[in-house]
Design a protein around this ligand. Sequence first.
Ligand code: KIV
Length: 275
Amino acid sequence: MPYASPQAESKLTTAVTTSTLRKMKAEGEKFITVALYDAPMSAMAQRCGVEVLLVGDSLGMTVLGYDSTVPVTMEQMIYHVEAVRRGNDKSLIMGDMPFMTYATPEQAMINATRIMQAGAHMVKIEGGEWLAPTVKMLGERGIPVCAHLGLTPQSVNKLGGFKIQGRDDKQAETILRDAKLLNEAGADLLVLECVPSELAKRVTEAVSMPVIGIGAGRDTDAQVLVINDILGLTEKPPKFSKNFLIEAGDIPSALNKYAADVKSKVFPADEHSFN
Ligand code: KIV
């Protein structure tokens, strides 16, 4: 193998499943998620005990040089899901479904099948109430789904930019209601991006599925950061991110520090959150 085997001193000793994550939510133990895109980093994440990996369509911006996630294709997602899966046999791997590949439940079924066959254990889709029938249909056919609310980057052109969501009461109530509807439809996880911490806390307490926050304060069940932000590779890093490489000195230490700070609720601090 061209990279160190993930089994070498892996902190994850058994495969992470949706049941593992629900148990962690019930017991109040935070779990760690990293968005990453290749086999060596995936192997390192396993060794550092990262429970969930997201092969995010953020790869359009972090790897491929686009200015949004809109141009990302199914072929690009499949290529990266396969690579991440080859590097790791314990973390739960989520694959993003690209823009417009799940616009109807039928399209979602065909494209989610391809992401799962590339090696993902779950697919992630962005949107609210309109996705409840899709979540239900995929779940009934054996495909776990992670929903994504708040700032949904595929809708950047409709939202008018990468902006905090849920700041006014009406928006906040819609996010809360959508989260409950998707939970009832059978979603297994929820990513909540760039919302005020107070709203994230209300959503996390209102749903049985574990909630993964990014720019959503410290009260969600888990945190996700993009590997480029953790390693200081982003030219203009978002407020909610943190460069862990500066203090840590090398890549494994940076991942270990991120993991330890999430577990001990040190990260995110107030300076990484919105109120
Ligand atoms: O694509 C991605 O990496 C994401 C995370 C930022 C949550 O959706």
